[in-house]
Write a protein that binds this ligand. Sequence first.
Ligand SMILES: [Zn+2]
Ligand SMILES: [Zn+2]
Ligand SMILES: [Zn+2]
Length: 160
Amino acid sequence: MEKKGLSMKKKRQTLAQGKIRKSGYRITSGRKAILEVLTELRGHLSAEDVYMKVHDYYPAIGLASVYRTLQMLVNVGIVFKFDFGDGRARYELVECPSGQDHHHHFICTSCGRIIDHSDFIEVELDFLKKVEDGLMKKYGFKITNHNIQFHGLCDHCADE
Ligand SMILES: [Zn+2]
Ligand SMILES: [Zn+2]
Ligand SMILES: [Zn+2]
């Protein structure tokens, strides 16, 4: 009998672990626990958020080690690191443009709200595709993902 497809969450973790190994890092239980938390919580997490949660699974882990692991995950391309301008870096699992959770960000420079947006408008997708194609041609750089942030005022703040 065919095994039921792995859940999305499991799939993400397996994929991430493959990437980590390929980049020459070992999968330690601490790293595993951090990946668990990132796939479970989603969203824009500070290192402290991750630390608090990961502590439930893996009490031996320290905040410094969470920071180091997050940075490693950024380096190998599993996690995006955002600086939303409030002095606290946020981390989010990378989702490729074809992934169902791929989204762009609006960042309100007044209240600091971070708004995910994935209901893309047509010209946005067209534009990005054209830009990526042009850049790949010009620089011979194979673009596999992008990280788009728009800064401005959210509807609340714009009204004031
Ligand atoms: Zn996109
Ligand atoms: Zn705002
Ligand atoms: Zn996001």
